[in-house]
Design a binder for this molecule. Sequence first.
Ligand code: C2E
Ligand code: CA
Ligand code: CA
Length: 755
Amino acid sequence: MNRIKSFIKNNTDTFRLMALLILIVVLLFVFHVVSFYRMAQVEIRDDMKQDVKVAAGIFDRRISDLGQLARQGALSIARVSEEHDSVEFAATKLLDTYTSVYQFKDCYFVTADNKMYMHNGQLIPVSDEQMESIWSDEDAPDTYKLLSGMGIGGSGFYLASPSYAGDKKIGYFLGGLVLSDSFKEEAASFMELDSNLFIIDANGNVMAEIDKAEDDRFYDLKNLYSYMTGGYIVDSDEPLDGCFSRSDDGYKIISFEGQEYAAAYAAVGSTRECNIVSILRKDDFLMSFVAQRGEEISIMAIDVFIIFITVFCMFFHTLRKEKILEEALCYDSLTGTLTREYFKKSATEILSGNKMNYCVGVIDIIGFRYINELFGRERGNEIIKLLAELITESIGSKELVARRHAECFEVLVADADSLKLSIIAISEKLKAFAVNVDVTYPVILRAGIARTTAKNRDIMDLVDKANAARKAVNPKLDVPIMDYEDVMQADIRQREEIEAAQEAAMEHGEFKVFLQPKMNVQKNELAGAEALVRWIKVDGTMVYPDEFMPVFESNGFVEKLDFYMLDQVCKMQKRLGEEGYELVPISVNQSQMLLKNPNYVEKVMGVLKANDTPRELIELELTETAFFGDTERMVDIMNRLRSEKCRIDIDDFGSGYSSLNMIKDIPFDILKIDRMFFSDSNSGTGKIILEKIVEMAQAMGVDCICEGVETKEQEELLRKIGCKYAQGYLYSKPIPMDEFIEKFMKKDPSAKASG
Ligand code: C2E
Ligand code: CA
Ligand code: CA
């Protein structure tokens, strides 16, 4: 989960870009649809206008065809009634024919005396009002006109043509109109839109409907129209029928009951008596448009979809590539935690991103090396992975964990106290796991922590401090966790205590010479001793040089101490000689600091002379690191010491940056080989190097002594490779002077004892 979050966090830019591109595609699509819709509105308007025009044309042709018939009817009745001198005869005879043979629905003949003959021979009276709408003095012979809404029953829609007998108008032939299916079909086939058309007479009556749409969506438009013609149009500057009566073509948006409608209308040319109207609800525009342009719209949608998918795929491809790259760079392959580099980067971002306090922890398992060696790397890796998992689980989303090396992890968390609790809990879980898999070595976590301060938010510095605290942890603590500040405080306090006590300790003789024997392994006898300082306080507690030497070295007190030790050893040799012991050389450690004193050689000689010490009874142990930097001066010091017949040991050889070459350039007597070659991790190669060093020393004509010999096997090895001397716990730990004399010194039978 954390990894996904951090992945998204680290790719915000890519995700933002992707979101932006998707937004652009969507906007483009919307823009397309909107402009398409606007285009559609124009197109629908044109289509509607076109539709009504086409229908009007077809209707016009149909009317003029039937108009000719009506004219013929009027002429025939005039002729036959003249021949037979009977209008009644002509009407009953011809009307029936015109009805059955021609395409009139019904036929009538209206006479000037308010009578109307029907095709079935019936004669009905016509009201004055009706006569008024039919009869007109302006109607010339051979013409016809369209009548509607006369209320004479049957079709409300008639073609009327006047009959003249000579100059006298004897009546009107009326032919009722029927809009046959073929007419509707013809009109519908020319229509672009799936809308309904209405044929409206001059009075606004719906005479016919040409329905192309198959559903009932437009059904209520009939109703709407009757409202419109009834003057119910609100919000519209001009009623629709007003437009019709002007008998021109047009298009108009009208409001009706809160809905907007588009109406297109066209006059039926020849008669100017009726109109074709198409009405479409504006809400249905898009539907009509989609129905009409469905194919184009789907192609556009597919295009957009393809662009969308392409953009998406491209992004995921880049993201995947970035992800793979990032995983390699940012995540540790074994545990999936962050790499140190990435930790540093992310932690710096977090620390600079806010002002909150954070805590850095460095966590590892005490003596993990042994788990690896005793139970195998695989088991070791299992434990590392579990540890990583448990730490990852314990931290929050804005906290980090990285693998430092092996089983060592770095964390950045908000709260130090909860980190401590987590470490304790994790420790328990690891212990349980170890028991389960028969790892009998105790799995104990240790941690050092460092907190951010107002001044310090530098992650590298905090990690270094936490790491220093980790190293300072006393593994015997119940909860082996150290706070850097506490370590520092403890260090400072300890240092202050040591410094405050050093002079008095010297005065009171609290610094004691302990001696550790050096053995000749070839002859199996005592060959000498090394003097090592112990601080035995008034209360009897013994302090080891590791604790105070670094302080003395930094404050210079070491010079006083070293000369004190030299003096003590010289005095001891003198006493032992006087007491008739067989004397052996005793070596004293000389701090690097001492060599910086230009009078060093003189001071040493001063001590030796003051005690009358034979040169061969004292050896000076110098470490090889003392020769770095100013080799020339060092060689000079060594030469001066040697010219005074002082013996020199090169201490700790092989522990630091040993250089065999350099050793060749300096004069010395004994090479003291560091005990690291006996450490168990060094067994294989250690032996070979040891052998080479001894070989080289022999070639140079100097003796070798090996430190840290703890077992008989090690001693045997030394014997085999020709190393002459050995020193180590196998023979004895450093012990007080008197104890040493008692255990190791023999009286010289040839000497005359004085005590
Ligand atoms: P060093 O000179 O290398 O002394 C040898 C150290 O190894 C001693 O520790 C000794 O107790 C320890 N040792 C001896 N045999 C064995 C063994 O078989 N196994 C193990 N594991 N350790 C063994 P110590 O006495 O604590 O001294 C530590 C260091 O303090 C010395 O290292 C030396 O550098 C310094 N030191 C001690 N006394 C003096 C002194 O009077 N003057 C100066 N300048 N440094 C001193
Ligand atoms: Ca030493
Ligand atoms: Ca040493």
